[in-house]
Design a protein around this ligand. Sequence first.
Ligand code: GDP
Ligand code: GDP
Length: 437
Amino acid sequence: MLPLVALVGRPNVGKSTLFNALTRSRDALVHDQPGVTRDRHYGVCRPEGQRPFAVVDTGGIAGEDEGLAGATARQARAAAEEADLVLFVVDGREGASALDDEILAWLRKAARPTLLVVNKTDGLDVQAAVNEFARYGIADRVAVSSAHRQGIDTLIDEVLERVPEEGAGTELDTDPDRIRVAFIGRPNVGKSTLVNRVLGEERMIASEVPGTTRDSVSIDMERDGRLYRLIDTAGLRRKARVDEAVEKFSIVKTLQAIEHCQVAVVLIDASEGVTDQDASVLGYALDAGRALVVAVNKWDGLTDYQRQQAEAMLERKLGFVEWAEAVRISAKHGSGLRELFRAVHRAHASATTEIGTSEVTRALEIAYETNPPPVVRGHVAKLRFAHPAGTNPPTFVVHGTRLRTLSDTYKRYLENFFRKRFKLVGTPVRFVFKEGT
Ligand code: GDP
Ligand code: GDP
């Protein structure tokens, strides 16, 4: 499982700054695309060459308890209570305060493993700032400056030492021929209906994956002669009561399902359009580099006029994942499922296809010769060669000089060129630019 780390602390100590320092993806091209909204409370830290972990910013722990904001606050608190590690964030400039003491008391009750993070230590005597909190009796302390990204790598190392490793016998030891799919989406888009429909059809050849736990159920199944593993299939858990609809939507579970799948099927309710919450679920799948299929559900309930409206909305709102296929389905009636699984298959094939070094270098040569980067303030980038560096998502390393002058427009041109040439659909594509030869 993706370990869960909760940021807890009073307002203004720098939790959201720390959250950003930990979770903001380095791939700015992906991160800053218009249309992707990001939940400010949940994210994944993906340190290079190390294990990822989920991060939840609990906000002020004494948050509002009314309405949807209240539900979010409750969910964040519940997340903190379940976290593998709590980062108790305090302000090194202001020192300990009465509110910090209150939070400490709450933390003692919750009894989660806790690391004290003394923030805003830029320009301070770090040791003195940390000692100020010695009376809290938390032996594990790290000094950081979130705003200046100081101490963050040390903090990440300290976190990874304290959170559990991936358990054995879980989703990871899987047959390479089996496509790992997760059906995800906000509450009420029809995930349970879809999963039950799919499994209802395949009942005879589906089986629960051993080693999955009380709140994560994965299922192996076969369909049209192909093998799938449905990852963390929420629909199979006992159906929660209607008034728990918001609560049962666990963002952490969604993040975990994304982490373990190869293809994320993001459900959208055609009758409601693409909401901010839909866009943030899509954003999580993008950040993880997963192949993606959009399932536009409840297509059955729409009039012709509403269908036209829905089409226009999809066009407008899903521009940032224009490479993903959108399939119209009705989970209720079982229509569109064949097309949905075909799209999953295409996305998986694209995401995992192995492309040779010479083909990649050749593609770069042609892209470069056809359309060389423009001169920027007297400088021009030179692209020398490229090689493949992984799949799911397909990743290409481009070597050259003055690569910092490459514009986002040019990077998109390269991406689109590679997509066309290697027929990559339904998967994000990544480029890593390496200065020098
Ligand atoms: P939150 O309420 O705990 O989420 O706190 P924020 O992340 O919103 O930060 C509160 C204020 O502290 C903002 O003005 C930040 O710019 C500032 N801040 C956050 N981290 C640092 C830091 O490492 N050093 C300094 N000097 N200021 C910081
Ligand atoms: P979940 O919260 O994403 O698991 O959503 P559910 O599967 O519980 O579905 C939420 C509601 O939408 C239920 O009342 C379903 O009957 C309804 N629903 C799900 N799929 C469809 C569909 O394809 N068409 C229509 N008209 N309603 C659907």
